[in-house]
Write a protein that binds this ligand. Structure first.
Ligand SMILES: [Zn+2]
Length: 264
């Protein structure tokens, strides 16, 4: 390879053979800092909670008590009974679905602390539990208001599950909680990495059969694991620059992986 300094946007390389729209989880993650999603009725309580949240530092967000919201006198919109549990998505007294509260982060929905490393299978149980309580089909005979709440809560739980279940979108989400955006268009100027990118792309394009593709995929998944570990270390030490670098690498390998899956 010529020894000139290459300046190619990562996205240009990745999208050379096929356009790659952002995944729903990533697209969703990019909306997270905004409280004005279409399914987010902003009650007085949630406004207070948003203000409360925005005053927290990253460190305190990381280590805050997830049950703090119970101290803010949340009450069921239907029976006015005080919330006994957090997060308060569902009233155990009258079994009404509660309005979406954007101050409840995705980790909180699953009863987890805001930590990158989550145990395999730790989302599924809670996910099924929520869907049994919040699924829109369960409120078909209730008021339009509650039907709307169920549709919104259920959609948010699905988004939360998809975002946390994928190591890349989970990493991006953690930086979003900190108020940090990851620039996916950021230029890559490392010749070594660019060389690797070209090599992998060629190997994928020239793979003769599914076995060859699977072999490449195994290598890509190892790379993804490596950078996920790197992100985990970075975020633990609050090294946000290193965290962003890890996300950019994961973004690249994740796209290659998706391309391989399409060809398999
Ligand atoms: Zn109630």
């Amino acid at each position: 390879m010529a020894k000139r300094k290459l300046q190619i946007p990562l996205s240009a390389i990745l999208r050379r053979t096929q356009p790659n729209p952002p995944s729903p989880a990533l697209a969703f993650a990019s909306r997270i800092p905004h409280a004005s999603t279409p399914f987010a009725p902003l009650t007085e309580t949630s406004r207070n909670l948003l203000t409360y949240s925005s005053q927290l530092s990253w460190k305190s967000v990381l280590f805050r008590n997830h049950f703090a919201s119970t101290t803010l006198n949340l009450r069921c919109w239907n029976c006015v009974v005080a919330a006994e549990t957090a997060p308060f998505l569902f009233c155990h007294s009258c079994r009404s679905v509660q309005p979406v509260d954007q101050s409840i982060d995705y980790f909180h929905i699953f009863g987890l602390d805001i930590e990158y490393d989550i145990e395999a299978g730790s989302l599924e149980g809670k996910y099924k539990e929520w869907q049994k309580k919040l699924h829109p089909d369960l409120v078909h005979s209730k008021s339009q208001r509650e039907k709307d709440y169920a549709a919104e809560q259920s959609a948010r739980v699905i988004d939360a599950y998809r975002t946390l279940n994928n190591p890349l979108s989970r990493a991006i989400y953690m930086l979003k909680l900190k108020g940090l955006d990851v620039d996916e268009e950021q230029t890559i100027s490392e010749p070594e990495l660019l060389g690797e990118i070209m090599e992998i792309r060629e190997a994928v394009e020239e793979a003769a059969d599914s076995q060859a593709l699977t072999e490449i995929q195994i290598q890509i998944q190892e790379k993804l694991k490596h950078w996920a570990k790197s992100f985990s270390n970075a975020i633990r030490h609050q090294d946000f620059e290193e965290a962003k670098i890890s996300i950019q690498r994961m973004t690249y390998y994740d796209r290659v992986n998706k391309e391989i899956v399409k060809r398999l």
